[in-house]
Design a protein around this ligand. Structure first.
Ligand code: IPM
Ligand code: MN
Length: 365
């Protein structure tokens, strides 16, 4: 597997370093040939090359099987227009890679129930996955811009039936392999694009009679996520609603730093933690690398089709948490053992390889 690593801005460097270390240790153990190359993106790339997505980066990504991205965004560029900001590098990269289905799983870890802002009895057992449409909607709709006097600004929320169908099929397929429940989220009481979304999802549902489908308005979904997250299995939604709901779902698990995402359906798969560049803690060896490490696990399962190696990483993460190791964002009580970004990565790598060795040894017997 050829993997392009784009560490990007802020804590992106620290968390991807740990993810790559864990990935290399586990791949070595399982004899998986992973070739890693690093490229620049975002604010870093603007400073070095004048572009948030240099040509070399894009070419390197298009020649790879998968891309692992850290984070993009920096307050230095806050005053710039969207088209000049670091974020446009990521949006253009997504467009070129072509993946339109962004999978964001949020799961309750038994040893982290006290880190959730929700009461344990409400959050315990939650296991949901958001399928966010990633290449359409208001993020990319035209026309967009400012009026000449800059007293007005506009964006376009547009979806075609084709764009809705293809992401809906992915969501239904995933629901079929899980608890067979799909919640489609829209704002069909107000928006035409949402009416089409709902009709199209209903049409696709005819191909999946075994999957239970419900529709929710996005405001109601935001509420149910905090009152009864256990009611969800797979949530399907558009680009902007998915962006918002996934931060909400992420933080329920204990910290925004915990969540990974995989973007599929295009030429090259893209893996990104859901958290941002967190400039306030960048360079302090404090960031939670587990979201990025979970990306490495998703990449092994999805792109490389190496389930055992992927599970070894997940076992490593579980073990680290159940032993009480916490980066600062996860600390809730006096027994927690505070660790740095690097220590967390090292521990996951160690436990992941130990668990794999143990499984191997048992198989041999
Ligand atoms: C995310 C991020 C991005 C998005 C930004 C950095 C462009 O918030 O992946 O959720 O809005 O898609
Ligand atoms: Mn976001």
């Amino acid at each position: 597997m050829k993997l392009a690593v784009l560490a990007g801005d802020g804590i992106g460097k620290e968390v991807t370093r740990e993810a790559v270390n864990v990935l290399e240790r586990v791949s070595n153990l399982f004899d998986i040939d992973v070739r890693i190359e690093q490229f620049e993106i975002g604010a870093e790339a603007i400073k070095a090359n004048g572009s948030p997505l240099p040509e070399r980066t894009l070419e390197g990504c298009l020649e790879s099987d998968a891309v692992l991205l850290g984070a993009v965004g920096s307050p230095e560029f806050d005053d710039l227009l969207p088209e000049d900001r670091p974020e446009i590098g990521l949006l253009n990269l997504r467009k070129h890679l072509g993946g339109f289905a962004n999978l964001r799983p949020a799961k309750s870890h038994p040893s982290l129930v006290n880190s959730s802002p929700l009461r344990p009895e409400i959050f315990e057992g939650t296991d949901l996955l958001i399928v966010r449409e990633l290449l359409g909607g208001i993020y990319f709709g035209e026309p967009r811009g400012f009026s000449e006097d800059r007293r007005r600004a506009f964006n376009t929320l547009t979806y075609s039936a084709f764009e809705i169908e293809r992401v809906a099929r992915i969501a239904f397929d995933i629901a079929r392999d899980r608890k067979k429940k799909l919640t489609s989220v829209d704002k069909a009481n107000v928006l035409e694009s949402s009416r089409l979304w709902r009709e199209t999802v209903n049409n696709v549902a005819a191909e999946y009679p075994d999957v239970e489908l419900e529709h929710l308005f996005v405001d109601a979904c935001a509420m149910h996520l905090v009152t009864d997250p256990n009611r969800f299995d797979v949530i399907l939604t558009g680009n902007l609603f998915g962006d918002i709901l996934s931060d909400e779902a992420a933080v329920l698990t204990g910290s925004l730093g915990m969540l990974a995402s995989a973007t599929i359906g295009g030429k090259v798969d893209l893996y990104e933690p859901v958290h941002g560049s967190a400039p306030d803690i960048a360079g302090k060896n404090q960031a939670n690398p587990l979201g990025a490490i979970e990306c490495a696990a998703m990449c092994l399962a999805q792109t490389a089709n190496k389930r055992q190696a992927s599970e070894a990483i997940q076992t490593g993460v579980q073990k680290v948490l159940s032993e009480g190791y916490r980066t600062v964002d996860l600390i809730t009580n006096a027994d927690d053992v505070k660790v740095t970004t690097e220590e967390m990565g090292e521990l996951v790598g160690r436990y992941a390889t130990e668990s794999a060795n143990f499984t191997h040894a048992h198989r041999a017997v």
